[in-house]
Design a protein around this ligand. Structure first.
Ligand SMILES: [Fe+2]
Ligand SMILES: [Fe+2]
Length: 236
C-alpha cells in the first residue's frame, strides 16, 4: 500500500504531473456540467426548477473546490486551462427536457463512478475534495434516473429516447478514460485510484441496467459507440 501524501514535497514528478492533470480534467468536467445544466434551465418544468437550480449551484461549487485545490497545489489558476479546454472541446448542450434528464442520469453517473475510484486517493487533499463531490453527485444522478424512467414510461418520447440514450451513454462512458493504459497502472500503483477504467465501466453499465430496462431502452451495439471498451462488458 503506497503511503499517504499530503504535500508536494518529495513527490515523484510523474505523480505530481498526474495529479495536475487529474485536477484539470475534474475542473473541466465540473464547469462543463454547470454550463450544460445552466443552459438547460430553459427546458425545466416548474416542478423541477428548484432542484435544477440547486444542482447547478452544486456543480459551480465543485468547480470552485477543485480550483482552490489546484491553486494550493500548483500556485496557479486553473481557469485559463479550463477555458482553453472548453473552447477546444465544447460541452454538448442538451436541447430538450428529456435530453437534459438523460444528461443528468448518464453524464453525472459516469462522473460519479469515475470519482469513486479516487475516494481513497493517497494524495489526501484530492481525496477530501472527491468525497465531498461524490456525496452530492449521488443525489444528482439518482434524481436524473427517476426523471428519465418516469418520462420514458409516459410514451411521449418513444421516437427520440433511444438516440438520446446512446448519445449520453457514450458521454458517460467517456468519463472513465481509456482502459488498460500505462497511466491507469501507474495511478493504481501509486494508490491514486483503486482500479482500471475497464472495471469502472463494467460497474457503471451494471448500475444503470435496471433503469435502462425500466425506461424501455436497450444497450446499443458497443461498436457503434466508437469507444475503446473492455471486451467483457455485460450489455444484456
Ligand atoms: Fe459535480
Ligand atoms: Fe452533478
Amino acid at each position: 500500500m503506497p503511503s499517504e501524501m499530503t504535500f508536494v514535497d518529495h513527490m515523484p514528478e510523474q505523480t505530481r504531473a498526474m495529479l495536475v492533470q487529474l485536477m484539470e480534467s475534474q475542473a473541466y468536467r465540473e464547469l462543463a456540467a454547470a454550463h450544460m445544466f445552466g443552459y438547460g434551465l430553459r427546458f425545466v418544468p416548474d416542478k423541477w426548477m428548484k432542484f435544477m437550480v440547486w444542482h447547478i449551484r452544486e456543480e459551480a461549487e465543485h468547480y470552485d473546490a477543485v480550483a482552490q485545490m489546484y491553486r494550493r497545489f500548483t500556485g496557479e489558476e486553473v481557469e485559463p486551462k479550463v477555458r482553453e479546454r472548453l473552447a477546444g472541446k465544447p460541452v454538448p448542450f442538451a436541447e430538450s427536457w428529456i435530453e437534459l434528464a438523460m444528461a443528468q442520469f448518464l453524464f453525472d453517473r459516469g462522473g460519479f463512478w469515475q470519482l469513486r475510484e479516487y475516494e481513497e486517493c493517497s494524495f489526501v487533499p484530492y481525496r477530501e475534495v472527491v468525497q465531498k463531490i461524490v456525496k452530492e453527485e449521488a443525489g444528482h444522478q439518482t434524481l436524473g434516473e427517476k426523471i428519465v424512467v418516469e418520462q420514458c414510461q409516459t410514451g411521449r418520447y418513444d421516437e427520440v429516447k433511444q438516440a438520446l440514450f446512446e448519445k449520453w451513454l457514450r458521454l458517460g462512458l467517456l468519463s472513465f478514460g481509456r482502459p488498460g493504459t500505462a497511466g491507469n497502472r501507474y495511478a493504481i500503483e501509486r494508490g491514486l485510484k483503486k482500479r482500471d477504467s475497464a472495471d469502472c465501466m463494467k460497474d457503471f453499465v451494471g448500475d444503470i441496467r435496471p433503469a435502462v430496462h425500466a425506461a424501455g431502452l436497450r444497450f446499443p451495439d458497443p461498436a457503434s459507440l466508437k469507444l475503446e471498451l473492455p471486451a467483457d462488458i455485460d450489455w444484456s
